[in-house]
Write a protein that binds this ligand. Structure first.
Ligand code: BES
Ligand code: MN
Ligand code: ZN
Length: 511
């Protein structure tokens, strides 16, 4: 979808959206259109028994006389003082969805300065465009027979607002984030015959053009490092396991001498993002039931978020030193697959009794978490993983589970999640849970008992975090894929985590 910003000049066409406040009070632009159309808007509101201008409502008038627009959409904003960033995004997304498949090819947002508003109109305009853009994502590359009249018709979004140049520059940052979200959604949506460790890594290559440094470790290199936990998971697959390391350092400062860009990296300790990248999880020898197994193509959702996040940070040239690492494997049953009862030695030296080959994500993360600490001494680590079904039992598909050994990091993450609409709910850690993964045969086993499965999984990860390293683990099993359309998230891969971590970085880890 093409998006442009310009100053209102009275000329409009296509589908045109205007704001209506609580109680059905028309915004200035709505008022003008109402007058031009001989009262079409006020009449429509009067005859609708439901529309009152409440936040989230939309009322549509088709082909009103007296105006050039083919349809007018009234978007309820409620009280302007309570119409926040997320509401603005949601309004943009909902308006997009309303018109997307209507046959219209152009949508216009007429954004006014409203009395008592929380933000300048040009900021609202950028946010609404961001929401529409996020909602416009569609993974349809394999649909070759969809009838044209069923495809989204909307090609163009025009946002009319005072100070359009400011809206446009605000939007440039948001667009970088949206493109990162799309990169994540695309890789997570792809099936496992297309995305496997090697092809995943290939997707990261283009980030080099943005200034991201990419390193890829194959099985040989990981063997040398002693990453027996990660390698054990992938040993039943014909696809080679990989570890993808992406580094973005936007903290370069100008050198002392003449010439810009001469400075060296300010360096410092990076913030690290670690993603579970199980490109397909059959469960291995502890194989999963057939029903629903196809969902396990998105068991690389955490890695997908790390990829999209690094793209977003690099595209918007975030002034942060960040490293993103993905542990990429495929968990398959095979003559060479890992068996229940096998004991593997992790890179940390700790041994693990693998009692269930389906508890594989933690095995992958164990080695990646250790690697990131040894190589980067990060100031904080956030890992993301579709780690347990148990987190869905606990929190449903609304909140992701947050586990942390550091209250400040946990609070920062919770606040960032709340402000972007990707909510986190903190879960406990503790010694009493930790005992559940003690093993008689090795240093630990990879499953706890029946209860608190997400917590024992997190305890397992924590055994690979060194004392003093700030660490948080996001169990995103319930939120990585959505079965329902939401205002800014079409059903499918959500990219939950990209916006959250971009916000975390912007608020706390940029210079
Ligand atoms: N990838 C799954 C967790 C999962 C389940 C993600 C549903 C998304 C939706 C993970 O590898 C897994 O299989 N976990 C097991 C752990 C158990 C064997 C201790 C689970 O949750 O059942
Ligand atoms: Mn599994
Ligand atoms: Zn898994």
């Amino acid at each position: 979808m093409r998006i442009s910003f310009s100053a209102p000049d009275g000329k409009i066409s296509g589908a045109v959206a205007v704001a209506v406040l609580e109680g059905g009070q028309l915004s200035p632009s709505a008022q003008k259109l109402d007058e031009a159309s001989g009262g079409a808007l006020t009449r429509a509101i009067k005859h609708s028994s439901r529309f009152s201008g409440k936040k989230g409502q939309i009322l549509e008038v088709l082909a009103p006389a007296g105006v050039k627009a083919s349809r007018l959409l009234m978007s309820g904003v409620g009280k302007p003082s309570e119409f926040g960033e997320l509401d603005q995004e949601n309004a943009g997304g909902a308006l997009f969805a309303q018109v997307a498949a209507s046959g219209e090819d152009e949508l216009v947002f007429l954004v006014d300065a409203l009395e008592g508003a929380t933000a300048d109109a040009w900021r609202v305009a950028a946010r609404m465009a961001f929401g529409a853009l996020l909602r416009s994502y569609r993974f349809d590359k394999y649909r070759t027979k969809e009838k044209p009249e069923k495809k989204p018709s909307l090609k163009k979004l025009t946002v009319l607002v005072e100070k359009p140049a400011q809206a446009k520059s605000d939007f440039a940052e948001l667009d970088a984030i949206a493109q990162g979200v799309f990169a994540t959604r695309s890789v997570v949506s792809e099936p496992a015959n297309v995305i496997y460790p090697e092809s995943f890594v290939a997707l990261a290559k283009p980030l080099e053009k943005l200034g991201v440094k990419i390193d890829v470790l194959g099985e040989k290199e990981m063997e040398k490092l002693g990453m027996g936990a990660l390698l054990g998971v992938g040993q039943g697959s014909v696809r080679e396991s990989k570890m993808l390391v992406m580094r973005w350092d936007g903290t370069r400062k100008p050198g002392k001498g003449k010439g810009k860009g001469k400075g060296k990296a300010a360096g410092g300790q990076p913030i690290a993002f670690v993603g579970k990248g199980v490109c397909f999880d059959t469960g291995g020898i502890s194989i999963k039931p057939a029903a629903g197994m196809e969902d396990m193509k998105w068991d690389m959702g955490g890695a997908g978020v790390v990829l999209g996040l690094m793209q977003a940070l690099a595209t918007r040239k975030a002034k942060v030193n960040a490293v993103g690492i993905c542990g990429l494997v495929e968990n398959m049953p095979d003559g060479n697959a890992q068996r229940p009862g096998d004991i593997v030695t992790s890179m940390s030296g700790q041994t693990i009794e693998v009692l269930n080959t389906d508890a594989e994500g933690r095995l992958v993360l164990a080695d990646v978490l250790w690697y990131v600490q040894k190589n980067f001494k990060p100031r904080a680590i956030v890992d993301l993983a579709t780690l347990t079904g148990a987190i869905i039992v606990a929190l449903g598909k609304v909140n992701a589970g947050l586990f942390a050994n550091n209250d400040e990091l946990a609070e920062r993450l919770t606040a960032a999640g709340k402000s972007v609409g990707e909510p986190l709910w903190r879960m406990p850690l503790g010694e009493d849970y930790d005992r559940a993964i003690d093993s008689d045969a090795a240093d630990m086993k990879n499953i706890g008992g029946r209860w608190g499965g997400s917590i024992t999984a997190a305890q397992f990860l924590q055994r690979f975090i060194e004392e003093g390293t700030a660490w948080a683990h996001l169990d995103i099993a319930g939120v990585t894929w959505t079965d329902k359309d939401k205002p800014t998230v079409p059903k499918g891969a959500s990219a939950f985590g990209v916006r959250l971590l971009d916000r975390l970085v912007a608020q706390h880890y940029e210079e």
